[in-house]
Design a protein around this ligand. Structure first.
Ligand SMILES: [Ca+2]
Length: 530
């Protein structure tokens, strides 16, 4: 991966220097030509004699001068066409993290894989995933270490990845990952469009928890029945429908220029889902026929997802009706501090976007209230080694998703240096500051036993089952780029496959981490790193 940056403000010597030099020399020659003539004639004879006796030396000097001249032209052309490069002095290779995080999303792919698949141990899987009326529900990503497809966190991940891309495009360009990132987002949105089978109908989970969690093995070898669940007007889910609406609206911005037809489809279906979420209110956990079969069942309110969808629709369309819809939900959202920024609680994202788009100081206060709590010395507990510690289950994702909010808020000048320093400290904790990396396949001493089925399987044709789960050895496949859950409040961490609190990986863990790392790379590129 490249660890250099392009100098955006460089002078173009091939355009400017020869032009001014030529003009200056021409004027000087015209003014002095007669005065110099006699003197030149006197010296002429001696100079010709010198050339005759020293022609070999003259030839060498002329040759060297010509070579230097040609070389300088080549260097000037190279600099002008590729940009002069300056070493990025960052502690960690952010480009490499972005590259590998996108590979993690590729490792999670379900359905028919394209020829461009870069994960050697993965193939086509779950090709019978369908709705209750036979609708095609193949594709998308497996949620975590298991093989359930869960629309709610998948949509949150698409929204946060897309937001990070929109804010920090220069980071993706620097990493050389722009096309891979667009493919990544589209893999998610293609499935979200499939899951939206009618204006007021959305598939929210594929595979029962009891059936899926009874299996350990390759996704390509699954034979169990994978039941699908949907929300409808009778069994609504404003939280999940709002989340998908937000993801589709955000992605429509990205594809507006390169694929306007696709962008229009994303926007149309985003609007339908917003109206479904808004008009048929309810929690999708309450719509599940058997709550014990659902994953991602928590969540204390759905007004935040409705407001989140509306503000993304406003950002995508500029239509005031959506701004009003978003602001109308604010009184219904919790009045105190948000607990975290995550798949079921997007208040911090709503406030940040609302401040960014309206400049209203009320939203600035709300963003400040949220992020300030996480700064050292305030209410958030810290581990001895410096992790802002919200919860033992997946501690690192809370720190990294809040770091992303802090970086976006800093772009909007809510607060700058303290927010950027916080984000840098948290991400560097994750990438290796404690002596170990928490990102698989990256840096020093990374996790080797992630709680993740397909990477725990040996190469074919060896069998893969519960014996792979119980193996004391590292996962035979490296799950590049996956952020694991992380340590406890004392920085204690054991790299153990069975520990799904500390060592599982998920789509939403990586979304906040990747977008935050893109934000740090943006700071490095623009010389704003604290
Ligand atoms: Ca919520």
């Amino acid at each position: 991966m490249s660890n250099t940056l392009r100098g955006e403000n460089k002078v173009h010597p091939t355009e400017e220097t020869p032009y001014s030099a030529e003009n200056g020399n021409a004027g000087k020659q015209n003014g002095n030509i007669d005065d110099e003539k006699d003197d030149k004639d006197k010296k002429k004879g001696g100079f010709i004699q010198f050339l005759k006796t020293n022609w070999k030396l003259v030839a060498i000097i002329v040759g060297i001068a010509a070579a230097i001249f040609i070389l300088s032209i080549i260097i000037a052309v190279v600099v002008a066409t590729s940009g002069d490069t300056v070493s990025l002095k960052t502690s960690y290779d952010y480009s490499e993290v972005i590259h590998k995080s996108i590979l993690f999303y590729e490792a999670q792919r379900s359905g028919v894989l394209p020829e461009t698949n870069r994960i050697p141990y993965r193939g086509d899987s779950a090709l019978d995933d369908k709705g209750v009326n036979g609708e095609d529900l193949t594709g998308g990503w497996y949620d975590a270490g298991d093989h359930i497809k869960s629309t709610f966190p998948m949509a949150f991940s698409v929204a946060v990845l897309t937001w990070g891309y929109l804010e920090f495009k220069d980071a993706y360009e620097e990493a050389g990952e722009t096309q891979n990132m667009l493919d990544c987002i589209r893999w998610g949105t293609d499935f979200l469009l499939k899951a939206h089978t009618a204006p007021n109908e959305l598939y929210v989970q594929i595979a029962k928890k009891s059936v899926d969690h009874g299996y350990w093995g390759r996704p390509e070898e699954m034979t169990m029945n994978r039941t699908s669940f949907k929300v409808t007007t009778e069994t609504p889910g404003s939280d999940v429908a709002g989340e998908v609406s937000a993801a589709l609206a955000a992605a429509s911005i990205i594809f507006a220029d390169s694929d306007p037809d696709y962008a229009n489809q994303l926007l149309d279906e985003s609007k339908e889902l917003f109206h479904f979420a808004d008009n048929y209110r309810g929690f999708y956990k309450d719509s599940f026929p058997d709550i014990s079969e659902a994953i991602y069942i928590s969540g204390s309110k759905y007004e935040d997802e409705i407001a989140w969808a509306a503000i993304w629709l406003y950002k995508a369309t500029g239509e005031e009706v959506y701004l009003n819809k978003s602001e109308n939900e604010i009184p219904n959202m919790i009045g105190g501090r948000s607990w975290a920024f995550g798949w079921s609680q997007v208040d911090a994202g709503v406030h940040t976007l609302l401040y960014n788009l309206t400049g209203n100081s009320y939203y600035k206060k709300r963003v400040t209230r949220y992020v300030d709590e996480w700064l050292p010395g305030n209410a958030m507990p810290y581990t001895p080694k410096g992790l802002a510690f919200r919860n033992y289950w997946g501690s690192l994702r809370y720190a990294s998703s809040t770091a992303f909010i802090a970086l976006v808020a800093a772009e909007s000048r809510v607060r700058r240096t303290p927010y950027r320093q916080f984000a840098k400290d948290q991400l560097h904790y994750i990438l290796g500051d404690t002596g170990r990396s928490y990102v698989c396949g990256f840096g020093e001493n990374p996790p080797v036993q992630p709680h993740h089925r397909s990477s725990s399987c040996p190469d074919l044709p060896e069998k893969c089952a519960w014996n792979s789960f119980g193996s004391p050895d590292p996962n035979p496949q490296i799950l590049y780029g996956a952020l694991v859950g992380g340590p406890d409040e004392n920085d204690d961490y054991e790299d153990a496959r069975a520990d799904y609190y500390k060592n599982e990986v998920t789509l939403d863990y990586n979304a906040g981490m990747q977008s935050a790392v893109a934000g740090l790379l943006h700071l490095a590129l623009t010389d704003q790193m604290p």
